[in-house]
Design a protein around this ligand. Structure first.
Ligand code: GLA
Length: 391
C-alpha cells in the first residue's frame, strides 16, 4: 500500500470520514551554498523523494485536530483555529500550527475547523528539512481546501514565516523554497535576495549523489543558528559604516570583501562574514561547473565549502568532519561536505558509481570504529516539489 492510501485509511479510522485531499511536500538536500540564504546569497538545493504527506478536510466548528502516524502515542491534539502560540512548545504540532498562524497573519481567509493527519519518511533531526516539508505540505493543503490564490513561492514564504515567528528559528528561505519548487532530475539555483531561480539539470551519468546520516541530531542547532545569523548581521552593520549602501553580505564579491574586511573589528564576526561571501562565490562557480559538466570542479568546491563551514563558520561537528574525511579518502569521490544547518545531520557526497560499495564500507567501518554509531546512506534522487497526490 502506498503512503497516500495508508494515510487515507488511517484518517478515516481516526476522524470518521475520508479526507478531502492528500498532499505531499519533499525534504531537500543542499549541494552547496550553506548559510548564505539569510545573507542575501545563492543556494543550490534539490528536493528529495522523501517527504511528508498530509491528509486533510474541513470540519464544522473552529477546532483544528492534528495527528501524526509517526507518533501515534501523541494521539490527537486539538486547538481552536488561530489560538495564540504556546511559547516554548516542543510539540511537533508547532509546525502546522505555525503555518495556520502565518496564513492568518497574512490576512488569508481561513475559517472553521480542520482535521489534519501527517506521515513523513524523512528521519527527524537529520538536516534534510523534515520541518520545512511539514510547513509546505500544510500550506498546500490549506490553499487547496480554501481555494486560495497563492503561488508555490508564496507558500514557501509563509512556511518560513511560521518557522521565524512561531517556532522561533530565524531560518532563511532555502528549505521551504526547495520543498515547494523542486523539480525531478534538477537542482534549484536560487538567488535569495530576489527569489529569482533557475533549474540546473543534474546530468550525473556514471556518478551518484549520496547522503550519509551521522545520526547526530542537530539539537543545538536552533540557538547556535540564530547566533550565526546575529554575527553576520553585526558584521554587515560594521561594513555599512564604510559602505552605507551595502544591501547584504551576498552582494559582495571576494575582492570586495577582502578590501573591506578590516572594518569588521571582531575576528569571529569577520570569519562568519568571510564564509558567507566566499561560499556565495563558490555557489556561483558550482552552477557554471555543473552546466559545463566539470564535475571534478563541482566536487572540489564542495570540499572547500565543508572546510569553510568547519573552520570559519564553526557549524560542523566531529562526526560530520569524520564522515567527510573518510569520504575524501575514497578513490572516485569527487567531493563531500556537511549539508544543511550543521551540528549533526548529514553529509552529501558526489562520487563515481563504481566507488559506491567501497565508499559505504569505508564510511561505515571508520565511523563505527570512532563513534560506535552506524551511519545510514540514501541515494539522492532529485524529485518534484510540493503537489496534490489525491483529491
Ligand atoms: C537550515 C535553514 C536554512 C539554511 C540552512 C543553512 O537548513 O533552515 O534556511 O540557512 O540551514 O544553509
Amino acid at each position: 500500500m502506498d503512503h497516500s492510501t495508508a494515510l487515507t485509511e488511517r484518517f478515516q479510522t481516526l476522524f470518521g470520514e475520508r479526507p478531502e485531499i492528500v498532499c505531499f511536500a519533499p525534504g531537500r538536500v543542499n549541494l552547496i551554498g550553506e548559510h548564505t540564504d539569510y545573507n542575501g546569497g545563492h543556494v543550490f538545493p534539490c528536493a528529495l523523494s522523501l517527504g511528508t504527506w498530509c491528509a486533510a478536510r474541513r470540519r464544522a466548528g473552529d477546532t483544528v485536530r492534528f495527528a501524526s502516524r509517526n507518533i501515534p502515542r501523541a494521539g490527537v491534539t486539538e486547538r481552536p483555529l488561530g489560538a495564540p502560540a504556546e511559547p516554548g512548545s516542543r510539540l511537533w504540532t508547532r509546525y502546522p500550527e505555525g503555518v495556520i498562524d502565518a496564513f492568518l497573519r497574512d490576512g488569508q481567509p481561513l475559517s472553521g475547523g480542520l482535521d489534519l493527519l501527517y506521515y513523513g519518511n524523512i528521519p527527524s533531526g537529520s538536516g534534510l528539512s523534515s520541518s520545512a516539508s511539514i510547513e509546505v505540505v500544510t500550506g498546500l493543503a490549506l490553499r487547496e481546501l480554501f481555494g486560495l490564490d497563492l503561488t508555490l513561492p508564496k507558500l514557501a514564504l509563509l512556511g518560513q514565516s511560521a518557522e521565524n515567528v512561531y517556532v522561533g528559528v530565524q531560518c532563511g528561505i532555502m528549505d521551504q523554497f526547495a520543498s515547494a519548487m523542486g523539480r525531478r532530475g534538477s537542482a534549484i539555483y536560487l538567488d535569495t535576495a530576489t527569489l529569482r531561480y533557475q533549474y540546473a539539470p543534474l546530468r550525473l551519468r556514471g556518478y551518484r549523489l549520496v547522503v550519509c546520516n551521522s545520526k547526530v541530531k542537530h539539537s543545538l542547532a536552533s540557538s547556535e543558528y540564530n547566533r550565526r545569523r546575529q554575527e553576520c548581521e553585526a558584521a554587515l552593520s560594521e561594513l555599512r559604516r564604510v559602505r552605507p549602501e551595502l544591501p547584504s553580505l551576498g552582494a559582495l564579491s571576494i575582492e570586495g570583501f577582502d578590501a573591506l574586511q578590516d572594518a569588521i573589528a571582531d575576528p569571529v564576526c569577520r570569519k562568519r562574514a568571510k564564509h558567507a561571501v566566499y561560499e556565495n562565490a563558490r555557489t556561483k562557480q558550482a552552477l557554471d561547473a555543473l552546466r559545463a559538466d566539470r564535475l571534478d570542479e563541482f566536487g572540489r568546491l564542495m570540499n572547500e565549502s565543508h572546510m569553510s563551514l568547519r573552520d570559519d563558520y564553526a557549524v560542523s561537528c566531529p562526526e560530520l568532519d569524520l564522515l567527510t574525511e573518510l569520504a575524501w579518502s575514497v578513490d572516485g569521490v569527487l567531493g563531500s561536505r556537511m549539508t544543511g544547518g550543521g551540528f549533526g545531520g548529514c553529509t552529501v557526497s558526489l562520487l563515481r558509481e563504481e566507488a559506491l560499495p567501497r565508499f559505504r564500507e569505508v564510511l561505515r567501518e571508520g565511523y563505527q570504529k570512532e563513534t560506535g554509531k552506524t551511519p545510514d546512506f540514501y541515494l539522492a534522487r532529485p524529485g518534484d516539489g510540493a503537489r496534490v497526490v489525491h483529491s
